[in-house]
Design a protein around this ligand. Structure first.
Ligand SMILES: C[S@@+](CC[C@H](N)C(=O)[O-])C[C@H]1O[C@@H](n2cnc3c(N)ncnc32)[C@H](O)[C@@H]1O
Length: 259
């Protein structure tokens, strides 16, 4: 198994063939949410700039296919995770049910369902439901001896007590969708990856459930956010991504970042 390396291919295959069993301390997974389909777009949106609904081939499955897919990549993840390892899975109301059911079926213990409160969420275009402004991160563990760096999290928590002193980190994380300098954009100004996750989210997850020198794996690496933050925090990393164009974007981003 190669460390600090991006495997190009389907994560189910790579997890079962290239990664050693029980070799990974922490997995962050941001799988397809299975919500692409109708190619909606809204150009000139005043609050957030042009808005395009996700429309990616890797994000279109039938419901039974999606449940089966979830089961297979989570089985592979369980195989490679150490007995005291943690897995954090990013999801929305679209797929949180499948994720939770499969985690329970595989014998994982669910420690938290963290709410990412998107402080700059897009307005609702249909005006027929509450405006969606949250995603979730499910934290599950394989055994009883998981790592939780409680004191380190207090130190990096931007929320403080009334008197300004440090505070326990809660399971609701207000943070914006990636924008400004952090957002990777092409020459045409469009985002290079449709679902780039906030670096702050990965900082909290990696700080919470790993130590320096540990191995962090991301089976859906995308633009490389997990690897960039793992490197910054002195961890080793392994990425898996099936789209060559995203592997190139991630590799450039990882190489460029020294701190
Ligand atoms: C939701 S995005 C991850 C975004 C990432 N967290 C970031 O910050 O950029 C999911 C990624 O998984 C990739 N993908 C989808 N199915 C895959 C599979 N079976 N194996 C490996 N990669 C896959 C997609 O190409 C996409 O880049």
């Amino acid at each position: 198994m190669e460390l600090n390396h991006v495997y190009i291919g389907d994560c189910i295959t790579v997890l079962n063939s290239d990664i050693k069993a029980k070799s990974v301390n922490l997995i962050f997974a941001d799988p397809p949410y299975n919500l692409s389909g109708n190619g909606l777009k809204w150009e000139g949106n005043k609050t957030g700039g042009d808005w395009y609904m996700m429309n990616e081939d890797w994000d279109k499955m039938t419901d039974p296919e999606y449940l089966q897919f979830t089961k297979r990549w989570l089985e592979g993840s369980k195989r490679v995770l150490k007995d005291n390892g943690s897995i954090y899975i990013s999801c929305t109301y679209h797929n949180v049910a499948e994720i939770m059911i499969v985690l329970k079926q595989l014998g994982f213990k669910i420690n938290n369902v963290i709410t990412w409160q998107k402080t700059n969420a897009m307005p609702n275009m249909t005006k027929r439901v509450f405006t969606h402004s949250a995603e979730f991160v499910v934290w599950a563990v394989k055994g009883k001896k998981w790592i939780f760096n409680y004191e380190d999290l207090k130190q990096i928590n931007p929320e403080k007590q009334k008197d300004g002193s440090i505070k326990q980190m809660r399971d609701v994380w207000p943070m914006p969708l990636v924008q400004g300098k952090e957002r990777l954009r092409g020459d045409n100004g469009r985002a290079l990856h449709p679902t780039q996750k906030p670096e702050e989210m990965l900082k909290r997850i990696i700080t919470a459930s790993s130590d320096k020198g540990d191995v962090i794996l991301d089976p859906f690496l995308g633009s490389g956010t997990t690897a960039v933050i793992a490197k910054k925090l002195g961890r080793k990393w392994v990425g898996i991504e099936k789209e060559k164009k995203y592997v190139n974007i991630a590799m450039k981003r990882i190489e460029k970042r020294t701190a």
